[in-house]
Design a protein around this ligand. Sequence first.
Ligand code: HGY
Ligand code: MN
Ligand code: MN
Length: 416
Amino acid sequence: MAAPGENLRINSDRLWDSIMEMAKIGPGIAGGNNRQTVTDEDGEGRHLFKRWCDAAGLDMGVDEMGTMFARREGTDPDLPPVYVGSHLDTQPTGGKYDGVLGVLGGLEVVRSLNDLGIKTKHPIVVTNWTNEEGARFAPAMMASGVFAGVLDQADVYSHVDKDGKKFGEELERIGWKGSEKVGDRKIHAFFELHIEQGPILEDEGIDIGVVTHGQGLKWLQVTLTGKEAHTGSTPMPKRRNAGLGMARVIELVHEIAMDYQPDAVGAVGHMEVYPNSRNIIAGRTVFTIDIRSPEKEVLDAMDGRIREGIDTICEALDIKYQIEQVGHFDPVTFDAGCVKAVRDAAERLGYSHRNIVSGAGHDACWINRVAPTAMVMCPCVDGLSHNEAEEISKEWAAAGADVLFHAVVETAEIVG
Ligand code: HGY
Ligand code: MN
Ligand code: MN
C-alpha cells in the first residue's frame, strides 16, 4: 500500500510553461534575463507571480523588504507554516532558471495540492525573497539576511547602485515595499529548489542534489588610489598606477584560491576604473573580491593573506588602499531532518541523488539561521549559470519539483 501521497507528482508542463512565461519579463540580449532587483522589470515579474498566486487562492503578504509571502491555509492555521521558495531577481546577464525555478517550483507544489484536493496541517507559504543576487545592490541574499537578523534594514535601504540610486527608494518606487515587519514570521521549515550552477550533477548523470552544506563567502570591496597622469609622458618609475595595482590583486586572489584546492574559489567580477581614459594612468580603481570555501578556516586564511598581499602590492606601487567587507556568511550546515526529507523523497520517487555542497549562496543559507532549512538541486547544462546561456531540461526541473513537493508536503503533514 503506497504511503499517503507516495506517488504524487507535480504538473511538469505547467511548471515549464510558467518558467517560460516569467522569462519573457526582463529579457536579456542573448536568450537569458536581465530582471535586476527593484527595477521595473522586477516589479512586472512580481505582478505576474502575484496574479498566479491569486489564481491559486493564496493570500499574499509583503514585508518591508518587499519579500512576497503567498499563503495556502492549513487545517490548523495556528501552526507555523512550511515555507518554500527562492528569488525572482536575476543577474544583469542571468539565466531563466536561477531562483525562478525555486519560486515557481514552490507555486507548482501548491497548484498540485489544489488539483489533488490535498490538505495539510501546516499552512504552506510560497516565497519570493527580494534581492538574492546582490548584483545591483550589495550584498547578495539581502532580504533574507534582514529577515534572519544578520543585516540591518535601515542600512541596506541606503545602499546605492552604480547610478547612485538607493535600494529603499527603488523598492518604494516600484510599489513593492510592504508593511509587514521583516522577520516576524515564524517558519516551521524552509525548502529551496535551485539549479546547481555547477557541473557535478550533470557530469555524474545524477538527477537530484541533496544539499547538506553551503560554502561560506566573503565579498571584499577594494578601492585603490594612485595618481592620474599622462600615459605617454610620465616616466615609468614615477607612476602611481591603480590599474596595475588592481591587476596584481586579481592575480593574487587567483593564486591564493589555487593554494586551497579542490574546494576554495576566488575571483574578481566587478571592476571600475577611473577615469577610464585610454591615455590616462588609472588614478582610482574600485573592485570586489569574491572568495568562498566550505571551510571557515580556509575562508579566513584566504581573507588574511589577501589583505597582507594588498598591503605589499600597494607599498611597492606607492598607492593607497581601502578594504570594505560588503558581504559575508560562514559555511552553512543544513538541518538534518529537512535534508533527510529531501533524500527520502528522491529515494521514494526513484530519482538518482547524491549529497552536495552548494557552491553558490542562497536565501536558504540565511534562513537556516532562524528555521530548519534544506535545499534541493537539479543539474544545469555544462554547469553554467550567471550566463544568459544557462539551460536545464524540463525533466530535471520536474524531478527537482517532485522532490520539493514530497519534502514540503511530508513536512507540512497531509491530512486525511
Ligand atoms: O553569489 C551567489 O552565490 C548567489 O548567486 N547570489
Ligand atoms: Mn540563485
Ligand atoms: Mn544567482
